[in-house]
Design a protein around this ligand. Sequence first.
Ligand SMILES: Nc1ncnc2c1ncn2[C@@H]1O[C@H](COP(=O)(O)OP(=O)(O)OP(=O)(O)O)[C@@H](O)[C@H]1O
Ligand SMILES: [Mg+2]
Length: 502
Amino acid sequence: MGECILEVKNITKVFPEAVALSDVSMQFRGGEVHALLGENGAGKSTLIKILCGAYLPTEGQIFMEGQELPKLNVKKAQALGIVAIHQELNLIPGLTVAENVFLGKEKIGVLGMVDKRYTIRKTKELFERFKIDLDPTAVVSNLSVAQQQIVEIGKALQMESKVVILDEPTDVLTDKETVVLFDIIRELKAAGKALIYISHRLDELPEICDTFSVLRDGHYMGSGNIGDCTKADIIRLMIGRDLSEQYPYVPGKPGDVVLNIHDVKRKNFGDKVQLEARSGEVLGLYGLVGSGRTELMKCILGIEKPESGEFILNGSHFEAKSVSKAHKAGIYYLTEDRKKEGIVTNTPVDFNMTLPSLQEIQNGFILSNKKEQKLCSSMVKQLSVKTPSLKYEIQQLSGGNQQKVLIAKALITKPKLLILDEPTRGIDVGTKRDIYQIINELKASGVAVIVISSELPEIMGISDRIVVFHDGVITGEFAHNEATEEAITLCAFGTKKESVAV
Ligand SMILES: Nc1ncnc2c1ncn2[C@@H]1O[C@H](COP(=O)(O)OP(=O)(O)OP(=O)(O)O)[C@@H](O)[C@H]1O
Ligand SMILES: [Mg+2]
């Protein structure tokens, strides 16, 4: 076991409306990956922000290699080698990958200009060393969320570090990128650094973490070696009870075709796609990132225009033209990109929830505040959203709770066709199960549900029918009972189902 590099003692953090941490003590050692676990809103990110100097604790002390660090701020923390990759990405979209990686560390050339070639060369070297496959000259706004996360990681690698903190790094990564990340983590660990790792994907912990600590409602619940515990032990510590069957699957009763995606082909991508979503059924769309699932959904909403083919909604030709038209027609799409397209910052929780459903709560011409509040309160309860009130500004909720507000927003529109793009990203195990239950109820009430997810167990666990995409074409379709992890993975990599022995 390595030396203790970073220690927190009796840390308490009080926000005006919430106590985020109460009397938390923990130690982080060199050469060790320490998982920091807990439900949404347990206080994980708050502790991380205290460690990197973004928040001052209300009470308590921080020690680095035995030295107390009073009044830690971001600059000091960085100078000491505490480097963090936060849950919400902090890149400058208009700059290139290399410019973001070396932001604030640019080399100034003889004419007083930033030496761009130097930055690009250095970024290339860094990426090569860590086997990161990304073009340093690409503009960040053109990258996928997953690629942006990799840039964020690159930024952290470029700094001299002793402690590296990763707040839900795999949340947006594909399996392939996760492999790269884990290699990087192993290398940092071998170099003796202390790593703190936050994730809601409990299955990945044994692969990458050595020890863990659990927070519940801001309180320290315990620590241990990952190898000495089962997943059930850890869940019990996190949520205070046992969690039965993670996927409470009930077979759907497929009814009429709600949406027929008829021979739709996107511009310069893939081939004609023929697909039907039926009422009372969960249709799971699986594929690697870049396989075209999200973009196909955006064609339905009118955000993208297909090159050919048509959509048939309840038997009639349908063209959305705009997202609000799609809503009116009973189609709702929950975005995968919470920060960019999802939440409206600086506005309260209830506003975010009811934004697309103003008609639902409208009473004559006046918005019924009472109706709105009732609707929102019941959603908060149903999805166990942790918020002090409905008037709380959404960006002050924890990451997972922001996602829950977006799910509530989708449910409030009472859609006939609900498209959920990576719905459980960043959501804790207990609430994930609640969401699967809600999906079951929706399909039982006749809603057609389409789920896009990069988590194969999730897609297999909740879908009645699974359609696999590769490079914009469908390579296989599986009934719930017929699906195997192996067959779906092969299809996702481009093998046609007919050639896969199921
Ligand atoms: N800037 C802030 N102002 C007010 N309250 C905050 C602020 N940041 C966090 N909180 C509150 O502190 C509590 C802990 O939040 P935190 O973000 O640390 O949770 P978390 O464990 O990281 O959850 P998640 O898994 O959802 O990311 C929450 O109740 C949250 O609303
Ligand atoms: Mg968090």
